[in-house]
Design a binder for this molecule. Structure first.
Ligand code: NAD
Length: 505
């Protein structure tokens, strides 16, 4: 099976190596205006994938102008037509799912077992929002005595979308599909570590019949291309996914042009397991939510809060399972954890092993680089720290790798205090058979999303987003339209109500 995926890779890699990844502006694949390029490598073994056009403020300006020019026609396009194009994009993604999954896997180190699903999720995101095109402008009717008021939603204008390197294909569709369904046009700035599928996705959208200028892609670095996008006058809103610190820059940079911002940022999410929980299922969920997607997942459960009564036995089983996780080539379907996105991130994750030890937590398994894998690869052994407390850095900071910290607790109050002791507030997972306690804990958890007796299962109409330093705003279903659209109130007099007269003494 690895061979089959390597064969698929061989079909596309030579072209990437010789032609690289270009920007896509106004329907055309082009180099950066400056002619500058940067090298893209794979975390599998550090080898060269291809050169990437390095856009900057000039390219962003060109893309923002294209998005502005295309906006009027796109927002006025009949709903059925826009819906049809969006379904055609979903068809294209499905048709190319193997190619997308393999390229994404090789570019990011994410394992093929999850990237196949992520590619199909990308198509599902387009289908879901295609079907919502017709509802997007809907508003409320709020009648008064002498007036009828109604609201309608209209697209805000061209928007900027800035994405990170973890599951970039899926996250890009998650942001761009609702923007297009709203009638907005888009300038996308993908992460510099994972450029490959971004341009491919935009190309597929054009092949599916998307008019030129509606979706533009400018590659480049955050401090140049990203910054210029957040500052551009034509761009009315910026949807950003990335680190919390970067989110603060996005707000600052967008302030002079009063940019609407939506921030999906970091997390340090708790999974709380009580002694009455279905412990076998809780164990599966705890492992899945930390070690899938290489642990590079904003909603991963990075802190396992374990009730003292079950601590010893649970930790024993957990340690055995984590030690057994298969690390390897991401294109091998048997691989459960692939390499980190980049050697710099590998170093960051590895640095937390010393930090955890210094803080006094016990390394139960993992730590270090696995043996027998390519020298230039960014691999990290699945790591488990136990006997930690809430104040340690491994409990407070986002490690963003296959790295789990276990903290014991005794009472419900103690569990919630530990859970809420971090600056983040994205997700929380609660395991108990006591239904009232489940709800109590969910109400008390400082998080945008809570799952009770479940791992993260996304349902597209539900709101997705965080509180505290995990972000501002919500995605999903109608919530996405609140961001990409303006609500307008229209008030109509029902008759000849009294108008106060001035100047008639
Ligand atoms: P990052 O913040 O370093 O980069 C994200 C994007 O921002 C990249 O495209 C980058 O080029 C751009 N950027 C950087 N500086 C910029 C600036 N000054 N102006 C404009 N753009 C700029 O994040 P990352 O390391 O790529 O991604 C990992 C982070 O993303 C983690 O913290 C993770 O939790 C978070 N994340 C959050 C969610 C969520 O839904 N909350 C989802 C996925 C990832």
């Amino acid at each position: 099976m690895l061979e089959k995926n390597l064969k698929i890779l061989d079909q596309y890699l030579p072209n990437l190596k010789s032609n690289g990844v270009q920007n896509l502006i106004n329907g055309k694949s082009i180099d950066a205006i400056s002619g500058k390029k940067f090298d893209n490598t794979t975390p599998v073994d550090g080898s060269f994938i291809g050169q990437v056009s390095e856009g900057d403020a000039e390219d962003i300006d060109k893309a923002a102008n294209a998005a502005m020019d295309a906006f009027d026609a796109w927002k006025k396009m009949p709903h059925q037509e826009r819906k049809k194009i969006m379904h055609a994009i979903a068809d294209k993604i499905e048709e190319h799912a193997d190619e997308i999954a393999v390229l994404e896997s090789y570019d990011t180190g994410q394992t093929i077992r999850f990237m196949k699903k992520a590619a199909m999720r990308g198509a599902a995101n387009f289908r879901y929002f295609a079907d919502k095109v017709i509802d997007a402008p809907n508003g409320l009717s709020t009648p008064d005595t002498n007036h009828v008021n109604y609201t309608m939603r209209q697209p805000i204008g061209p928007v900027g979308i800035i994405t990170p390197w973890n599951t970039p294909f899926m996250l890009t569709t998650w942001k761009i599909a609702p923007a297009l369904a709203s009638g907005c046009t888009v300038v996308h700035k993908p992460a510099e570590f994972s450029p490959v599928t971004a341009t491919r996705l935009a190309q597929l959208a054009h092949e599916a019949g998307l008019p030129k200028g509606v979706w533009n892609v400018v590659h480049g670095f955050g401090e140049t291309a990203g910054k210029a996008l957040t500052e551009h006058e034509h761009i009315k809103a910026v949807a950003f996914i990335g680190e919390t610190t970067t989110g603060t820059y996005i707000m600052k940079q967008g302030a002079p042009t009063l940019k609407r911002v939506h921030l999906e940022l970091g997390g340090q999410n708790p999974i709380i397991v009580f002694d009455d929980a279905d412990l076998d299922r809780a164990l599966d969920a705890a492992i899945f939510m930390k070690y899938s997607i290489n642990g590079e997942r904003c909603t991963s459960s990075s802190r396992l809060l374990l009730h003292k009564n079950v601590y010893k036995d649970f930790v024993k089983k957990l340690t055995a399972r984590v030690a057994n996780i298969k690390v390897g080539h991401p294109l091998d379907p048997k691989t459960e954890v692939g390499p980190m996105i980049h050697p710099s991130h590998q170093e960051k994750v590895l640095s937390y092993i010393d930090i955890g030890k210094k803080d006094g937590a016990v390394l139960a398994c993992g730590g270090g680089k696995p043996a027998g894998l390519p020298e230039g690869g960014a691999y990290v052994n699945p790591t488990l720290f136990i006997d930690a407390n809430k104040d340690m850095r491994i409990s407070q900071e986002e490690v963003f790798g296959p790295f789990l910290t276990v903290i014991p607790f005794e009472t419900e109050a103690e569990a919630i205090e530990i859970a809420n002791s971090v600056k983040y507030g994205l997700a929380a997972y609660i395991w108990t058979k006591d239904i009232s306690r489940g709800h109590r804990m969910a109400h008390a958890a400082e998080a945008g999303m809570v799952w009770i007796n479940s791992e993260n299962v996304r349902h597209l109409p539900t709101p997705f987003g965080g509180v505290k330093y995990s972000g501002i705003g919500r995605d999903g279903g109608e919530y996405s339209f609140d961001f990409y659209m303006e609500t307008k109130n229209i008030s109509v007099a029902l008759g000849d109500h009294k108008i106060t007269q001035l100047g008639v003494q």
